[in-house]
Ligand binder design. Sequence first.
Ligand SMILES: C[S@@+](CC[C@H](N)C(=O)[O-])C[C@H]1O[C@@H](n2cnc3c(N)ncnc32)[C@H](O)[C@@H]1O
Length: 276
Amino acid sequence: MTETNFQEEWLDIRYPFDTAARNPKVHAQFEDHFSGYDQLRLWDIGSGTGNNFRYWFTKLAMPQEWRFIELNEDLGRRSLEKVNGYIASTASNHFTVEWKNESFLELSFGKGENSKPHAILANAVFDLLTPSMFTAFAEHLINHNIPLLSTINFEGMEFVDGTYQDKYYVNCYIQHMNRIQDYGRTLGSDCNAFAKSFYEKRGIKHIFGQSNWQIKETDSALLLATLNYMSEAVPEMLPNDQEKHHFKDWLADKRRQVHEKKVRLIVYHYDWLVCP
Ligand SMILES: C[S@@+](CC[C@H](N)C(=O)[O-])C[C@H]1O[C@@H](n2cnc3c(N)ncnc32)[C@H](O)[C@@H]1O
């Protein structure tokens, strides 16, 4: 099964960066596509703590019926609590939200038009899948003519003015995302290229646009969280204790540079809208 071990704190830290990075062209097309609808049924797969809802619910003018599909029970439960807070802070009551504690890889749609969503949303999800998981899921949506808005799909990252060592450890980190796990090799940073070629081959209408995080020297929480992820992933990719030792030194140095507000990072992503 796919990775579900994510922390609420990490999803909260990344939310403002995701929001700033979302690709305007892709998002405008999504809004145009549904502008004539008097209500929308949206299913958010891998919904975490409900960040997609948090982004969209006041931007879409029509009443919305949301379904969160999230396997991690703690995140699913928290998402409903958080959503209540977001809704309470607006004057409108045009929203319903339910959470299904199930895998989006086993998504099924009933017979009537009302039993399938108008669109599926996915934020920061597809890098977690293997090629065959993605293909089966994407085929399923095409077969049911369901549009997909997939945002903040990981493509790579680099430290601004990075040293050779910076590049080397970032590369190890990216390779770790593509490593073979017990359910197969995950797409990681290949998820965008893989999806684009999948839709091109099938002649399915799609639009892709960049949605990069620009992380400044003062964004210490996100920089430190990224270094924490690297501290767990990179040693697994290193061949011996001596190299692991060098990495520890690099990490300590980078953390010190973050505290001194000397580190900038760009994380590359793509957003895509697919309309079968
Ligand atoms: C990187 S997080 C993104 C969460 C949320 N979309 C956001 O942007 O804050 C990926 C989410 O997908 C969930 N997930 C992974 N595999 C899943 C599956 N097969 N079915 C349902 N949820 C899954 C994880 O538990 C996690 O909450």
